[in-house]
Design a protein around this ligand. Structure first.
Ligand SMILES: *Cc1c(COP(=O)(O)O)cnc(C)c1O
Length: 364
């Protein structure tokens, strides 16, 4: 049926996800339990017990359609962020919000400005709507907001900024982000991706921009610190006008009932979240010590992952995989000398570091 498909479908690049443990076990004939996955920036600490309990209970109503408006969850998020529920849009992961932004705003030939080694979904969605990705090189692995501002034209419709960025782990300062956003012309939608905001001590606050009536949208997810990646739930917030637009282009039941109640309970379990944050920091220090001892360069990270310089990233990824450790190669991001390692439990981090050391001693 190839010839029946739209041309852009054949040209569309394919997203390469972190490899699932089951696939690797099957391919390499390894025991499932001997494999660790540090490849998708998932929380190794799992969901909060409160979220699990809520999810289990929601399953008994599995025969009912979910609340398409996610009323309770929106109220809870709005309360947490001092917003109005009408300013929120829920998505099947925040990735879906990125796609909905494309539906609502990207026309053929529009330009979308993004970092060259930014989260790759921005580029994929831009291409899907026949818009043009304008990729701006990072400076020192950090988004270069001046260079991005220089690439804004009459055709620019959207600008993406993730901070911290995935995969580089770098973040931009609140003051430079606010100044950048205030300088954007009124025909541009500024998309600020806060997938890792909860790992920061004081994440940039863009709500003043929204209050000023600027075209600013922020994205958050329950896939990272809240440990609900499998349930696929995230959200965007902006003006009520923006949210009303996006709600017209989404499917009526885009987020499921189990995810909605689990996310709500996860927000309530603040103690669990701060514990996850603390353990992630400790894990980061543990990995950093191990990398330093092995003489491996890394980019200091503000997220729950570290980008490390290994020479041939693809070869390193394969070698680690044979030892039962799944990391993420980054050649798709134009970073072929690097891999990305998600911060795991203390035992997983230890295993990664010991595997690194074994590489070193076998090549000495
Ligand atoms: C993980 C991630 C997301 C969130 O993805 P979900 O669809 O919510 O699972 C969004 N942006 C960035 C930069 C990410 O790394």
């Amino acid at each position: 049926m190839k010839h029946l498909a739209k041309q852009l479908v054949e040209k569309q690049p394919v997203y390469e996800p972190g490899r699932p443990i089951e696939d690797v076990a099957r391919e390499l004939g390894l025991d499932l339990r001997s494999i660790i996955k540090l490849a998708s920036n998932e929380s190794p600490f799992g969901p909060s017990p409160m979220a699990l309990e809520a999810a289990r209970e929601a399953l008994t109503n599995g025969h009912r359609y979910p609340d398409g408006n996610a009323t309770h969850l929106k109220e809870k998020i709005a309360e947490t962020l001092s917003l109005k529920p009408e300013q929120l849009v829920l998505g099947n992961g925040s990735n879906e919000i990125i796609e909905l932004l494309g539906h609502a705003f990207l026309r053929k030939g529009d330009e979308a400005v993004m970092g060259k080694s930014a989260f790759i979904v921005y580029k994929l969605v831009t291409l899907l709507f026949e818009a043009v990705p304008v990729e701006v090189p990072l400076a020192g692995h950090r988004h270069d907001l001046r260079a991005m501002a220089d690439r804004i034209t009459d055709k620019t419709r959207m600008v993406f900024l993730p901070s911290p960025n995935n995969p580089t782990g770098t973040a931009n300062e609140e003051s430079e982000i606010l100044a950048f956003a205030r300088d954007l012309p009124p025909h541009v939608v500024f998309v600020f991706d806060e997938a890792y905001a909860e790992y920061l001590d004081s994440p940039p606050d863009l709500r003043p921009l929204i209050e000023e009536g600027r075209n600013v949208v922020c994205l958050r997810t329950f896939s990272k610190i809240y440990g609900l990646a499998a349930l696929r739930i995230g959200y965007g917030y902006g003006s009520a006008e923006w949210a009303a637009l996006l709600n017209r282009v989404r499917q009526p039941f885009n987020t499921n009932a189990v995810a909605q109640v689990a996310a709500l309970a996860a927000l309530d379990d603040r103690k669990f979240v701060s514990e996850c944050r603390r353990r992630t920091r400790e894990g980061k220090e543990q990995l950093e010590r191990g990398l330093a001892a092995a003489g491996i360069e890394f980019v200091p990270s503000e997220g729950n992952f570290i980008m490390i310089k290994v020479g041939d990233g693809r070869a390193f990824f394969e070698r680690m995989q044979r030892e039962g450790v799944i990391v993420r190669p980054l050649d798709g991001y134009g970073l072929s000398e690097f891999v990305r390692v998600s911060i795991g439990t203390a035992a997983e981090n230890e295993r990664f570091v010991r595997t690194l050391e074994s590489f070193k001693s076998s090549s000495d």
